[in-house]
Design a protein around this ligand. Structure first.
Ligand code: CP
Length: 311
């Protein structure tokens, strides 16, 4: 089925996920060549509509689109009529008149990319909406995990931290479980969903979670900007109880456990400084793979398509 938009991962079947991940492999191979561009999206236009800050997602989508030879326009929210009170609907209608083919959108409100997708024939890609979803993060995490575990079914990933506010946790858990990976959450009870997905174990104690035997520990960023109340006593306390301290890093190394984090890292909170140089850290690889996976997503979507669900 041709899909116009990528709003979340849950609707994708296994075949579609495999197609995106498999196609990312030759795109990644391009990076080692002197000419890193292919003409796959020549003549197409990509609009970047970021209402929230981003380093990795924004820059890797821009690089991905350019490596596919698309034209990229960055909508500069702080210098646009948004600051004069222009609504998202009006912004999109205005930009739609410019006949863009793809809109990559990040917004603090959950569900906003879906609203835009209903409004436009352009392919809309959710680059993170509130605490709802971050589908390309989930895809790049799956691609990265598959690089170290080509058949990840049965592997165990422990997701640590602020699961409650994390769109990354939602999307990454969805895709990992679709690949047969066992997922567990670790964090303060106040930052774990009360009713975790069926089959996802919840731990509030670090030692108990490690006894579960994870192959990979995936640290989430503590999102201070989404916490309207204080969920734990202090950042120092959080690091001591749930963070990867120097001592815990040695334990990970002894057990051959990989480390992931979506970035940006709060050093001294989720991770100690030494973790940035950990030999089994996949964090930089996640960033690199983000470009290949986002190229694959842009290549896979069909602007203007009417999906089976909508027909
Ligand atoms: N992982 C992630 O979404 O990072 P950015 O906020 O830098 O895009």
């Amino acid at each position: 089925m041709a899909r116009k938009d990528l709003l979340e991962l849950a609707p994708l079947d296994r075949e579609e996920i495999d197609r995106i991940l498999d196609q990312a492999v030759p795109f990644k191979e391009l990076f080692t060549r002197s000419v890193k561009k292919v003409p796959a999206l020549k003549g197409k236009s990509v609009l970047m509509l970021f209402y929230e800050p981003s380093t990795r997602t924004h820059s890797s989508f821009e690089v991905a689109a350019k490596r596919l030879s698309a034209d990229v326009t960055n909508f500069d929210v702080p210098h646009s009529s948004v600051v004069k009170g222009e609504s998202v609907r009006e912004t999109v209608e205005t930009l739609q008149a410019m006949r863009t083919d793809y809109i990559v959108v990040r917004h603090g409100r959950s569900g906003l990319p879906e609203m835009i997708a209903r409004q436009t024939r352009a392919s809309v890609i959710n680059a993170g909406d509130g605490a709802h979803a971050h589908p390309t993060q989930g895809l790049l995490d799956a691609f990265t995990l598959k690089e170290v575990f080509p058949d990840p079914a049965g592997k165990k990933v422990l997701i640590v931290g602020d699961v409650l506010h994390s769109r990354v946790a939602r999307s990454t858990t969805t895709i990992f479980r679709r690949l047969g990976v066992e997922v567990a959450f670790l964090g303060p009870g106040s930052l774990l969903p009360k009713h975790g997905a069926e089959g996802v174990r919840r731990f509030t104690n670090y030692a108990d979670a490690m006894a579960w035997g994870p192959d990979t520990v995936y640290l989430l960023r503590v999102q201070m900007e989404r916490q309207d109340v204080q969920y734990f006593p202090s950042l120092r306390e959080y690091h001591r109880v749930y963070g990867i301290t120097t001592q815990r890093l040695r334990e990970l190394d002894d057990k051959g456990i990989y480390l992931m984090h979506p970035g940006p890292v709060n050093r001294g909170v989720e991770l100690c400084d030494e973790a940035m140089d950990y030999r089994r850290s996949l964090i930089n690889r996640q960033v690199e793979n983000g470009i290949a996976v986002r190229m694959s997503v842009l290549y896979w979507l069909k602007p203007g398509a009417v999906t089976g669900e909508e027909a």
